[in-house]
Design a protein around this ligand. Structure first.
Ligand SMILES: Cc1ncc(COP(=O)(O)O)c(C=O)c1O
Length: 374
């Protein structure tokens, strides 16, 4: 019983090893490691996959967000509205660009920015909204875009966890002015190291991002903008190209596992012992994470751990409560739903190679643990 991993890339690798090894070897034979043909091909394949004019690779998802903010000229004196519950990069990128993040609370069932809170976060300094498509489901982009249009704001989508997700048929990362995604290995489309991407339909911004990622350089050693090095490695691109061809089938299996969790955990939910994540209609969820809410989360987690059932916590703290922000005077009290989620969120294992039998053990472990009074 138990003792299987929360996430295991070695299983995935066994299925793609024969394709990966020759392309890596060819790169070593060429000794051409940065950008080049593999990167150009990946960008064109991703622009097709995502349904966007420009797909511009870079070094990480964090860089994709900073590149986006910089290309838009957002910096000192500007404010960006972003959710209080997310991975820290959705806020640190705003600070790294020199602007001030302003937080909005989230919705409890989708973990995404709550549109009702945009109005209170808005000031004369607001320049952009950065919704995060957390855990693989798009935020309410219809409402975000209509709010942004009404107030003359740009929208930068943080689609780091949501490549391939859709909102009313449109791809995550392609609906705002700019969209960022991450190829960190734990993402649904993960490389063999770090990587990221900015997506846009805007030619001028695409040109700026291409310049910013190579030290602002169009002509060699002539620097037109203050950029930095955010180029993608050929090895990353080669691995991502192979994995992109499998992505839809992997996402389909994630969807199947999510439906099975929904079905099997529904009785516990009807007894109010657990809250399951909601997949809103019209939004194709890609289930990068399956996160439930439970009371006494830390005890539940240790009980499961004792049975060899792996879980994880995304995220144990709200962003305004992060120590590095303490001097900025935010305070987390206003973000009640975020506080509640940080206390109760428990991520269950979900990855394409997780077996039905392992999933049954997770469900069984939860049934036993949640029926005890902790
Ligand atoms: C919501 C979110 N934004 C941004 C990032 C940053 O991406 P990266 O780790 O590739 O820099 C991540 C990655 O974990 C993320 O989950």
């Amino acid at each position: 019983m138990g003792n299987f991993p929360f996430f295991d890339l070695t299983r995935q690798y066994q299925g793609i090893k024969n394709e990966v090894q020759p392309v890596i070897q060819a790169i070593f034979e060429r000794q051409s490691f940065v950008m080049g043909e593999e990167v150009t091909k990946l960008e064109s394949e991703l622009s097709q996959y995502m349904g966007v004019k420009h797909a511009i690779t870079c070094s990480s998802g964090t860089d994709a967000l900073v590149l986006s903010l910089k290309a838009l000229g957002i910096g000192e004196g500007d404010e960006v509205i972003t959710p209080a519950f997310s991975f820290f990069a959705s806020t640190s990128s705003v600070l790294l660009a020199g602007a001030r993040p302003v937080f909005a609370d989230i919705e409890p069932r989708t973990f995404n920015i709550d549109i009702k809170n945009l109005e209170t976060a808005l000031t004369r300094k607001t320049k952009a909204i950065m919704p995060v498509h957390l855990f693989g489901q798009c935020a309410d982009m219809e409402m975000v875009l209509s709010f942004a249009n009404k107030h003359g704001l740009v929208v930068i989508e943080d689609a780091a966890q949501a490549i391939g997700a859709t909102f009313n048929g449109k791809g995550a990362g392609t609906m705002g002015t700019l969209g960022a995604t991450s190829f960190y290995p734990t993402k649904n489309l993960g490389g063999a190291g770090e990587g990221g991407l900015v997506a846009t339909n805007n030619d001028e911004l695409a040109e700026k991002i291409r310049l910013l990622r190579v030290h602002g350089m169009k002509v060699r050693y002539t620097h037109e903008m203050l950029g930095w090095n955010s180029r993608m490695d050929a090895i990353q691109a080669a691995v991502l190209r192979i994995k992109l061809r499998k992505l839809d089938s992997w996402v389909e299996r994630r969807g199947q596992l999510a439906s099975q969790y929904h079905e099997k955990l529904a009785p516990l939910e009807s007894k109010n012992l657990i809250r399951l994540p909601e997949n809103v209609s019209g939004r194709n969820h890609v289930w990068n994470q399956y996160v439930v809410l439970v009371e006494n989360r830390d005890q539940v987690r240790s009980h499961l751990d004792a049975k060899g059932i792996p879980t994880d916590i995304y995220y144990p703290k709200t962003i305004p409560a992060q120590p590095v922000l303490s001097e900025l005077g935010y305070g987390e009290e206003k973000y009640k739903v975020s506080i509640d989620c940080a206390k109760k969120a428990l991520a269950l294992p979900i990855f394409p190679e997780l077996t039905d039998d392992e999933q049954r053990q997770v469900v069984g472990g939860l049934e036993v643990t949640l029926s005890q009074k902790l």
